[in-house]
Write a protein that binds this ligand. Structure first.
Ligand code: GDP
Ligand code: IMO
Ligand code: MG
Length: 424
């Protein structure tokens, strides 16, 4: 099993890369997160953003697993499937999606509680996507939640109704304007009925049997290393395990079965939501990168914060994931700049230099290395031999610092805008 992971704060271009390489696999499998993800894919000049559906969905022979480590919102999933069918009527999601019986449900009140907590001054404002992700995962850990497999049990409706009523009582004490309990409840159960059209099974067995038959699996990470619940910039993180070990536990596939680990990073950094971001650019250049890179959340439309590439954080992400190949995206966005910077260290107040860190000290000063910028028309580029010298130097610098090869360079949002690099 190979894995694709984001190495920064999400939105590195995972969806595009997975759509492209999924032709080499029999199965793609989401192992974490839920509808907080937004994985954009461009096909035939049109663009779709997948939230819960794995990014191999456009390959007819690929099966797409929604694994045990995910949290599934049936209401959002139903909308997503209907939208997918409008986008491409040849896709047959009912034949190509397999859902874990052990994946946890996101309930309507989880989403309302997420909004409530984000808006209340009694809680830290994380800047979440308001999809109820933390609420579903926290109820899972509390052992109070319902799972996909529960929808086949006779007391499912009563159990859910009990939870909704209990949560609703709590919500009613706040100032949030609430939809009626009956409406959200009806919408949820209708969506659960829709979900029953899909194959729901013990995906651990499905995946391990597939491996035993020699099939190739690609695990699809959502979010990214610096948003990991354990290793990211807590508390400004998501609530799941976004790393390679999360793929193993989220899918029930042994770490021994892991092969290539593709880590995806942009040539700069972005972050949407709150939290430390040492290399953030607050000037016109930051705005220019946002505009040129179309850095607006695929899921929420929020403007993404932009900044220089953060090597201490990237080294940390490569280390904890055991990344074997780096996929670099969006170097085209920096094209035309006279010089580009990379943060190589953080300098602390006492003069200490930090070269690798997942903590990203708030008061650490980023030490920038300036390199010559590149200028090229990436839209017409067909071969790595056409890459500008300055960009090759940038790639070589990253390879030397990170100790792994850059094997793919994405040169634009389009499906075919990807160069496979064979470099020494
Ligand atoms: P994901 O969450 O990691 O799948 O990434 P998103 O889809 O949320 O965000 C990545 C955005 O960058 C999308 O709008 C992609 O279409 C776009 N994109 C991906 N790779 C490139 C690239 O190399 N260059 C440019 N300019 N855009 C890219
Ligand atoms: P993909 O898979 C970027 C961020 C939110 C917020 C924090 C917690 O498209 O890369 P949550 O809703 O998960 O409780 O929000 O995590 N976040 C993402 N940022 N890309 C994502 O997914 C994200 N999923 C969550 O903005 O800061
Ligand atoms: Mg995204």
């Amino acid at each position: 099993m190979d894995i694709v992971l984001g190495l920064q704060w999400g939105d590195e271009g995972k969806g595009k890369f997975i759509d492209l390489i999924s032709e080499n696999y029999d199965i793609t499998a989401r192992f974490n997160g839920g509808s907080n993800a937004g994985h954009s894919i461009e096909r035939n000049g049109k663009r779709i953003t997948l939230k819960m559906i794995p990014s191999g969905i456009f390959m007819k022979r690929v099966q797409n697993v929604i694994g045990t480590g995910t949290v599934l919102d049936p209401v959002s999933f139903k909308k997503e499937i209907l939208n997918l069918q409008l986008f491409d009527e040849t896709v047959q999601p009912e034949n190509n999606i397999v859902i874990s019986l052990k994946a946890h449900f996101v309930l309507p009140t989880h989403k309302l509680l997420d909004i409530f907590m984000e808006e209340s001054s009694d809680y830290i404002t994380i800047g979440t996507t308001k999809n109820g992700i933390a609420q579903a995962y926290s109820n899972k850990i509390l052992r109070q939640n319902v799972r996909v497999g529960d929808m086949y049990t006779p007391d499912f409706e009563n159990r859910v109704k009990h939870i909704l009523a209990r949560d609703y009582k709590m919500l009613a004490e706040g100032s949030l304007e609430l939809p009626s309990l009956e409406d959200i409840s009806n919408e949820f159960f209708e969506a659960v009925d829709f979900l029953k059209r899909f194959k729901c099974t013990e995906t651990e067995i499905y995946l391990n049997n597939a491996l035993a038959e020699g099939k190739a699996i690609l695990a699809e990470g959502s979010q990214a290393a610096m948003l990991d619940i354990d290793h990211g910039t807590y508390p400004y993180v998501t609530s799941s395990s976004t790393t390679a070990s999360g793929a193993s536990s989220g899918l029930g596939v042994s770490p021994k079965k892991i092969g290539e680990i593709f880590g995806i990073a942009k040539a700069y950094c972005t972050r949407v939501g709150n939290g430390v971001f040492p290399t953030e650019l607050f000037d016109e250049l930051g705005e220019e990168i946002r505009t040129k890179g179309n850095e607006f959340g695929s899921n929420t439309g929020r403007p993404r914060r932009t900044g220089w590439l953060d090597l201490p954080a990237l080294k940390y992400a490569v280390m904890i994931n055991g990344v074997t190949q780096l996929v670099l995206t969006k170097a085209d966005v920096l094209s035309g700049l006279k010089s580009v910077a990379v943060c190589t260290h953080y300098e602390l107040e006492d003069g200490k230099m930090i070269a690798t860190s997942g903590i990203l000290p708030e008061n650490g000063k980023p030490v920038l290395k300036w390199m010559s910028g590149w200028n090229a028309d990436f839209s017409t580029m067909k071969s790595p031999s056409e890459l500008p010298e300055e960009l090759i130097e940038f790639l070589s610098f990253l390879e030397a610092e990170l100790g792994i090869p850059v094997t793919y360079l994405s040169t634009g949002p389009g499906r075919n805008e990807m160069l496979k690099l064979i470099r020494k």
